[in-house]
Write a protein that binds this ligand. Sequence first.
Ligand code: URA
Length: 212
Amino acid sequence: MRVHVADHRLITHKLTYLRDERTDSPTFRRLVEELVTLLAYEATRDVRTEPVEIRTPVATTTGIKLSSPKPLVVPILRAGLGMLDGMVRILPSAEVGFLGMVRNEETLAAVTYANRLPDDLSGRQCYVLDPMLATGGTLVMAIQYLVERGADDITAITLLAAPEGIAHVEQELAGLDVPVTLVTGAVDERLNEHGYIVPGLGDAGDRLYGVV
Ligand code: URA
């Protein structure tokens, strides 16, 4: 897996406010959206395109447009939903699929409870949205799911990642011949005994949507 830490002062600045426990939900949501837009800019650097001829008011020139099939954006429910608006703002023609996964808080294993994805993802570039790469269990399952359906290029976008989670994903996907990239705002120190990222920002879903 190619890991890209989007090391930019504006990202670190916004992450600082996101981490702060005093930040309320409306501000948290807005910051997540802003951060995703910045991370998406980096994550879509290699989005597939094809040449297109256009006329400016002055001359004819060649530009590029997104290739078909269009990229698929896959937020992992629930917290990944908070990242969707920021992502589609810069990739408005992308299609969106949904994957519902929850981790068992005792075993920390990921369980799929819902999916709404095209059956055939052949030739698709997929962008998986999940704010926190903690143990990595959810991301491994999501990537395996997409690869089974034919996805041939996968980029995961997370706000924060734990070193243990990155190592786990790398280990589990070692044999995979599909390129996988991680774009993250920061790699934090570690996971605690409850599987939370330290220093992290707490439970991203709860901070976005409240404790439900
Ligand atoms: N999920 C979260 O929302 N936060 C963490 O720190 C780890 C997993």
